[in-house]
Design a binder for this molecule. Structure first.
Ligand code: PMT
Length: 397
């Protein structure tokens, strides 16, 4: 599966480095040319000899080591790589890469590469949850780097929580997903984020959507070779690279843009949290505070997904459902009423799932009454699972 692929495995200083030996061995068995770079810290946990024996290649441990194999040290390896896997990735290496620090062979090579770089973090739960680390991860994701979510469990430091590096099998499966180009030649329209329904020049109705789920779908679809159009309500996220980006504010504006693009699509995924109601009239001047209560008359917004369902043709059409109760019943109703191929339902009352989190826990409901419950995953991983299902449907036709 990885024949003719060059993989660079960067190992940094964490106890999870012992699992990297198995990852290297599996990558080699899948046919990859595996080249390992170990930081000083990594060598305290694992010997270079182990990784050179398993990979069949010399291991780079030093910036100024004489290259045994490449013509021009780190640049040659950066150019040659199809992808980089940093496992385990410490808070330190994530911080360095996100700050543009290149002070050893690994960080220098990461900075010089155009290949995909995938981090598998491993660290203490409090370090993982620290706002600094989370900000660095968000920054790197927005710049096009990938992350394989660590797992919950008992950590080597004696704590329990999220921070365990994902198991080798999970990492290998994600790597294979990240390398897929199975949507090459397909056009996909994704909507993301909230809508804003204006009340007056300074106020609007909106909801808690951050856009993270829809942007993850756009990023992953683009990375799998699709031609992506992302119609987004207002968010604080950076625009994913390589994606046609259409910013909108209200449900009405989103509908107008969707109508411009929907006919030429193979796939449409509606992750946006579109307001169901808007103020019946817009006050062109700021509404003044009164002594009495204020009544706002609301009217329905257009249901964009229903419009798409009525005009589905042979496109794959996927909706989302954000529910606080009766998940299955409500999601199934929307699936049928809006004429979808499948619906991605999230219970937005769950911890770590739904609005604004970097993770999500969803169930996919299909037209034949079956369902697939996914575990808690990063939004990128959820996006790839959804795209796997979309791809199955495309290949059925
Ligand atoms: O953006 P994040 O912070 O990452 O959060 C992700 C999310 C929770 C917003 C996302 O996972 C999600 O569930 N999106 C759909 C939210 C929603 O509007 O659900 P709904 O059950 O109200 O709508 C059902 C479907 O109809 C959705 O696909 C929605 O886009 C669509 N819809 C709804 C109303 C409307 N007027 N037009 C629509 O097209």
């Amino acid at each position: 599966m990885l024949n003719n692929k060059t993989v660079v495995v960067g190992v940094t200083g964490g106890i999870a480095a012992y699992k990297t030996a198995e990852i290297v061995s599996r990558l080699k068995k899948l046919g990859a040319d595996v080249n390992c770079i170990m930081t000083k810290g990594a060598q305290a946990f694992l010997t270079p000899l182990t990784l050179s024996t398993l990979s069949g290649n010399p291991v780079i441990t030093d910036m100024f080591q004489k290259p045994e194999k490449w013509n021009v040290e780190h640049i040659a390896l950066a150019d040659k790589a199809d992808f980089f896997l940093i496992a385990p990735a410490t808070a330190n290496v994530i911080g360095k890469v996100s700050s543009g620090i290149a002070d050893d062979f690994l960080t220098t090579t990461i900075m010089a590469t155009h290949a995909k770089v995938i981090f598998a973090p491993a660290m203490n739960v409090n370090m993982y949850n620290s706002p600094i680390l989370q900000e660095n991860i968000t920054k790197l994701k927005n710049l096009g780097y990938y992350f394989i979510e660590p797992q919950e469990g008992n950590l080597a430091c004696g704590y329990s929580g999220k921070g365990k590096m994902a198991e080798p099998e999970i990492i290998i499966n994600h790597l294979l997903d990240f390398l897929k180009k199975d949507l090459e030649g397909k056009r996909i329209l994704i909507t993301a984020g909230p809508t804003r329904e204006p009340i007056d020049p300074v106020r609007y109705l909106t909801n808690k959507s951050s856009g993270k789920m829809g942007y993850a779908l756009a990023r992953c679809a683009q990375q799998r070779g699709a031609q992506v159009t992302l119609i987004s309500g207002p968010t604080n996220l950076d625009r994913p690279r390589g994606v046609a980006f259409i910013p909108v504010e209200s449900a009405e504006e989103m509908l107008v843009e969707v109508k411009k693009f929907y006919l030429e699509q193979d796939i449409i995924i509606k992750a946006a949290a579109v307001a169901d109601y808007r103020p019946q009239s817009y006050n062109s001047q700021k509404i003044k505070k009164l002594n009495d209560d204020l009544q706002l008359q609301l009217e329905r917004t257009p249901d964009i997904l229903s419009f798409l369902g009525e005009n589905k043709g042979n496109k794959v059409l996927v909706g989302f459902a954000a529910e606080t109760n009766d998940l299955k019943e409500n999601a199934r109703k929307k699936l049928i009423k809006k004429n979808l191929d499948f619906i991605v339902a999230n219970d937005v009352t769950l911890e770590d799932a739904g609005f604004n989190y970097d993770t999500n826990k969803v169930t996919l409901y299909y037209r034949d009454d079956t369902q697939q419950d996914l575990p808690l995953l990063s939004k990128d991983e959820v996006a790839n699972c959804i795209l796997n299902e979309v791809n199955k449907l495309l290949n059925k036709e």
